[in-house]
Design a protein around this ligand. Structure first.
Ligand SMILES: Nc1ncnc2c1ncn2[C@@H]1O[C@H](COP(=O)(O)OP(=O)(O)OP(=O)(O)O)[C@@H](O)[C@H]1O
Ligand SMILES: [Mg+2]
Length: 250
């Protein structure tokens, strides 16, 4: 790994009833795409929300390009962007108005803002529909607009919680290409969670398996397949979290 973009060290987080994170640690290099894979309830969203500064951990250290999200909140907010798993949209804004609204916050000149909007429009693939109110968009169209808006502001660390969830195959491929190109062009880093192993194999340089609030393995997809004696990442993951998949019959 070259220079470090993100350090996560010994994160602990409890909600009222559950201890969601039990000592999560990992690092991401500059220009790296890093994937978190884990079963429902494993603690992926909790981890991402803490890194994005939306939740505070009970314990643990986070450094984003050397900055502490708590102490250097404003600086950190400027260099990250976060796509929540269940993000909503501003119903009455048109897609294009939403992109302009964000560009005006992030860009320093009107020229830069125009470029951002152009880039965001292109990634969204929404074409003419950008001029319709966002409430008229399908679930996947909203997701595409939000993902586009997340990359458009040129974050040094993009935090994407299940970026292509709900997208059709064609648009999932487009979005993955957009993420990959973004990293290639800018040298930025991406932390994402996903349940789609094809996506993870295509996108991620390294992957962490997380289960019951703990990281149980970290490596390149190739290393994880070898470590868990599997021919694909899905099998490696199943082996890592404990073998057989049992059928639940009601
Ligand atoms: N707001 C909350 N209040 C109480 N418990 C919560 C809350 N959010 C998450 N949890 C609990 O914390 C644990 C981790 O949840 P989290 O959402 O981080 O999992 P996840 O890995 O993102 O799962 P999924 O794949 O379903 O998105 C779960 O047991 C969940 O029930
Ligand atoms: Mg989640």
């Amino acid at each position: 790994m070259t220079e470090t973009a993100l350090i996560v060290e010994n994160l602990w987080k409890s909600y009222d009833q559950v201890t969601a994170l039990k000592g999560v640690s990992f690092e991401i290099g500059k220009g790296e795409i890093f994937g978190l894979i884990g079963p429902n309830g494993a603690g992926k969203t909790t981890t991402l929300r803490i890194i994005a500064g939306i939740l505070h951990p009970d314990k643990g250290v986070i450094r984003i390009y050397g900055k502490d999200p708590k102490r250097d909140e404003v600086e950190v907010k400027r260099i990250i962007s976060y796509l929540p798993e269940d993000a909503g949209v501003y119903r009455f804004l048109k897609g294009i108005e939403f992109l302009h609204f964000l560009a005006e916050i992030y860009a320093e000149t009107s020229e830069e803002a125009e470029k951002m909007v152009e880039y965001g429009s292109r990634i969204s693939g929404l074409g003419e529909r950008l001029w319709d109110p966002m409430k008229s968009y399908s679930k996947g169209m909203k997701r595409r607009l939000l993902l586009a808006s997340t990359l458009m502001t040129r974050p040094k660390l993009a935090i994407l919680d299940e970026p292509t969830s709900g997208l059709d195959v064609y648009h999932s491929v487009l979005m993955r290409k957009a993420i990959k190109n973004y990293v290639k062009e800018t040298g930025a880093s991406v932390l994402l969670s996903s349940h789609n192993m094809l996506e993870v194999e295509y996108l991620c340089d390294r992957v962490a398996f997380i289960d019951k609030g703990q990281i149980i393995a970290i490596g390149t997809p190739e290393e994880l397949k070898q470590q868990f004696n599997a021919s694909n990442l899905e099998e490696a993951f199943i082996n890592a979290v404990g073998g057989e998949v049992e059928e639940h019959v009601a």
